[in-house]
Every structure is written in structure tokens, then in C-alpha cells.
Design a protein around this ligand. Sequence first.
Ligand SMILES: Cc1ncc(COP(=O)(O)O)c(C=O)c1O
Length: 376
Amino acid sequence: MINAEEFIQFKLWQRKENDSLRKLSSSTLPVDFCSNDYLGFAKSVNLRTAIKTENDALFGNPNGSGGSRLLSGNTSYTEETENFIASFHNAESGLIFNSGYDANVGLLSSLGQKGDTFICDEFIHASLIDGVRLTHANRYTFRHNDLHQLEEKLKLAKGVTYVIVESVYSMDGNIAPLREISDLCKTYAASLIVDEAHATGVFGEKGKGLVQALNLEQEVFAKVVTFGKALGCHGAIVLGSQNLREYLVNFARSFIYTTAAPLHNIVAIKHAYQLLQTVDYSAKLRQKITYFTQLSIQLNLANITFSPSAIQTMIFPGNVNAKNAAAKMQANGLDVRPILSPTVLEGKERIRICLHLFNTDEEINRLVLQLKELNI
Ligand SMILES: Cc1ncc(COP(=O)(O)O)c(C=O)c1O
């Protein structure tokens, strides 16, 4: 029998053998093509000043919340912020979680009961998968964005049925055919849950997301919006009916059994949303995306996804190839990261590029030229 230390050593050895060992790195490079800070809010001086001003003004604003939302950690400020965000997204109500991971795990694990069915796109985020895994519900996956397979699974579904998709997929940057998925959900009386982590701030009026852009707000059972990407802060909200909010307060364990975020985090979220409404940032970001796409087409780049979102990927099959390609770009000051298997499928290892509002045209030119060099 092996002991625990031998077990972990073996698992790490396996990772090293596959060139897939994950390591923390605190280094940053001059040109950010890697963070999810699509609109530059995480570094915005105006946002920082607004947050600081309000934090200073909130007399007695404590360092920590002191408890879970159901005990001492709730404030009227938090609930007002939830209402403010819900109304921005045209939802009846919203409930803030400490992260997108917590939101997805809490939402799905509390909903799924024995005899119910989750039908998931094969590329949904780990947090959604983990939420489903915590239940005794039936689980089907359908091929990525494959409507035909989704319908096949809907025909097999039993009990309360949920279809789980992302509007923008985090590793490919491509978008879900939400209208068609929503129509299928209607036909088969399934409830649609959409993770808008990478669509918020990028699509829709003033960055309201892809569900809003497609006018599907009333068709979706629940939406998850995360604040750690385009909004530049931290946390997430589940948007849906007032009943859903009350249900989550009662049954979502990742909401109930955790210390509430400190008030200064909620202040940051509120001000990020206020900033989002001042200018149509998402329209400006989309100009950058179009610029990148046009340039990539002009230079005839191969193996690139050409996504309408801020996430672009170039495939370099094999962990070593993806790492080498990223290292070459990093050596030239461009911060791109390799995405390795098992995070993505074997053979689909890649460089993941995030475009930002603050990336200059000159930086994008350099990026595309570098990609072209690696392409040959
Ligand atoms: C699609 C998607 N959902 C949820 C999450 C989790 O959000 P958070 O980083 O706030 O935990 C992520 C982040 O990686 C994501 O890409």
C-alpha cells in the first residue's frame, strides 16, 4: 500500500511526464494579452478613486464581513447592489456569491435532485461541471454547440430538466447558438442556464451580455455573471426570479456556509457597474476585436479561431508545442499563456489570447506578426 506522500509524488510525476505540471508564476510582461480584464477596469484609476471615495465615506466600513450572509454578514448595501445589478440586466432579482466558481457550484448543486436531468455542453466550465457532480441528478453532455445532439438528449431527459451552456466559451472564445438552444428548451420544457462570464462587458447594450443582445432575457431560467473578468473586480451574481433567489438563500451551500465578501468588495462591484454604464465600452472593445480579425485574415493566419469575443486562440497541438510557442511570444514582451491538456482536449493545446480595450493597434500589429511567425 502506498501512503499519501507517495501518492501525491506519483501524481506530480505523471504531470511532469505529460508536460502538464501547473506552476504559479507572479511575473508579468509589458503587453497584456492574457488577463480577463477585457475593459481595463481592474487597473482603472477612475474606478479605484470612486471605490476609495465611497469606502472612506461609509463610516465604520469594517475590514471583514464577520460572518455568512445569513448570520452577521449581510448589509442593506449588498442587497441594494444586488437589486441595482438585477435591474441593469433586466432580471427580477439577483444573489451575489463570493466567486463565479461558488455561484455555479451553488446554483447547480442546489437545483439538481434525484430523477432530474442536466444536459451540458461538453465544454462548460469546471465550476458548472462540479456543481452538477455534486447532485444525484442524471447528467448528459452534448457535443460542443451541436443542436442535433442536444435535441437527442432532451428526448431522453426525465424530471426537471436543465440545459447548461456558456454564452462565450472560456477556452475557445466562440459563442453558443443561444436562440436555437432556447427554442429547443421551450419545445422540451427544459430550463436554460447561461454562464455569461466572458460575455458580460463584451456583448449587448452597454455590455449587458449575449442573452440581452439576442433579446432572450425572458427565456432564460438563470444567468450567471462574474465580476472578475470585464468588470475588473471579484465575485459573481446569479440572476433570475425572486423565487430562485429565495431558493438559493435556502439551499445553495456555497452561499450559506461561507463568510460573506467584505463590504469594500461590494462597493467595488457597484462602482464597476456604474462605470460600465457611462460609456459603451463593449462597442469600443469590439472595434479592437475586428481590427485583430481583419489583420489576421490579411496575413492569412492558420489554426486561429476568429471568435467575435475578446478570446482568440491559436492551436499548437501538444503541451510542449503550446508552451514553446507561448515562450517565444513572451520573450518578445507579449504576455500570452499556453493552455495545456488536460485543461483542453489532447491535440487542442493552444495559446489563448485575450484582447483588451487598452491594447494599442501597435500592440495588436506586433501580436499578429508574432503569430504569423509561429504559424509558418
Ligand atoms: C465560464 C466561467 N464561469 C465561471 C468562472 C469562475 O469565475 P470566478 O473566477 O469568479 O470564480 C470562470 C472563470 O474562470 C469562467 O471562465
